[in-house]
Design a protein around this ligand. Structure first.
Ligand SMILES: Cc1ncc(C[n+]2csc(CCOP(=O)(O)OP(=O)(O)O)c2C)c(N)n1
Ligand code: SF4
Ligand SMILES: [Mg+2]
Length: 343
């Protein structure tokens, strides 16, 4: 029997890429996938594993990034990859990390830092697998990253509404009708804010968008370096589900940030840092109106002026009324109101 080695549970030190020219040329997610033209989630997979490098195991829950990436006998993954059940990205991340640790401790495999990344869609992560992700983020002794790629619907099964679909979107579960125009009336979950606020021992939570590729890769590298479980939420334009020309994916990602709909930030050891255009907005740069972003997408084609105004008002609220703009929604009551128990 192999002699036990000292397993340090070490993470790799992945320094940030200082600019696009410093990004490594090797690819670990290559050709051989069958995602739609313009699919940002495929780009997210490619950048995610480019950032993590070859010593990485990727686990993926059911959804487009499973099905379209592992069509019978083909796969774009160059690193070891495993499918996991739709709601179980949290368990897959934790279990793999724990398994590696045990094997290293018993001397069955070489003791070395191996990155563990589990990805999930918004349906699999923010709805069905929320409990498992939450549990994983409490286990600080295991190094792993959960990356939620959010295309704002259950896309793989034909664009059903999820807890992350935006207000009013036309999905197969919420088609606008003649009698009722807005069928999906809920505001989207605040996933990264929820993970950051609710998991005091999770050291790293961030939001990303592949329109800002270097920043996105550097957040993945930070998440894998810091130690313990980490969580990243990526907003991914989806030409099929959002119903737009595939050439607009990059632009829609940018507009999501410039309108303030999707803020870019990270929370590291309890400290919040805004990024890029989000930072500029926090510092006073005017936000773009939501109109152009919404009307470029067929899923909002039924929106009237009233719907656009409602959407804008909700985004304004995020920036003007939230306790921490774009991140933490609670509002403190002023002392007089609180004393009266008034709302
Ligand atoms: C437990 C379970 N329920 C339902 C399904 C069917 N199903 C497969 S993929 C999918 C959509 C997943 O949506 P999401 O996680 O957002 O990923 P996307 O398809 O959007 O990439 C569903 C409902 C399943 N595979 N397992
Ligand atoms: S439906 Fe959307 S997420 Fe799925 S492969 Fe197509 S573009 Fe990508
Ligand atoms: Mg989805």
């Amino acid at each position: 029997m192999a002699e036990a080695t000292t397993f340090t549970n070490a993470t790799q030190i992945l320094e940030p890429f200082r600019g696009i020219k410093k990004v490594t040329i090797e690819e670990y997610f290559t050709s051989g996938h069958r995602t739609c033209q313009g699919c940002e989630s495929a780009l997210v997979m490619k950048l995610m594993v480019k950032a993590s490098g070859p010593r990485t195991i990727v686990l993926g829950s059911t959804g487009c990034m499973y099905v379209a990436n592992t069509t019978y006998y083909t796969t774009p993954w160059v690193v070891p990859w495993m499918h996991t059940q739709l709601g179980s990205s949290g368990a897959a991340a934790l279990g793999t990390s724990a398994g590696l640790k045990a094997l290293m401790k018993k001397g069955k495999i070489k003791s070395e830092p191996i990155n563990v990344i589990a990805f999930c869609g918004d349906g699999g992560g923010a709805d069905m697998g929320l409990n498992g992700i939450s549990a994983t983020l409490t286990h600080k002794e295991y190094n792993c990253l959960i990356l939620l790629y959010d295309n704002e619907s259950y896309a793989n099964t034909d664009i059903q509404v999820s807890g992350m679909s935006p207000y009013g979107a036309n999905t197969t579960f919420s088609p606008p009708g003649k009698v009722k125009r807005i069928m999906h009336t809920r505001w989207k979950k605040n996933m990264a804010g929820m993970m950051a606020a609710g998991h005091p021992e999770c050291r790293y939570v961030a939001t990303v968008c592949a329109s800002y590729a270097v920043e996105m890769m550097n957040k993945v590298r930070r998440a894998l370096t810091i130690g313990g479980p980490a969580f990243i939420h990526s907003l991914d334009p989806c030409p099929k589900g959002w119903d737009y020309d595939p050439m607009l994916s990059h632009e829609l990602g940018e507009l999501a940030i410039e309108t303030g709909i999707f803020p870019l930030y990270e929370v590291e050891d309890g400290e919040l840092r805004y990024y890029g255009k989000t930072k500029a907005i926090v510092e006073g740069r005017p936000r773009q109106p939501v109109r152009e972003y919404l009307l470029k997408q067929g899923r909002f084609a039924h929106f009237t002026e009233e719907d656009l105004a409602y959407f804008q008002a909700k985004v304004d609220e995020m920036w003007n009324k939230w306790e921490v703009p774009g991140v933490v929604p609670f509002r403190r009551l002023n002392a007089a109101k609180a004393a009266l128990g008034s709302k």
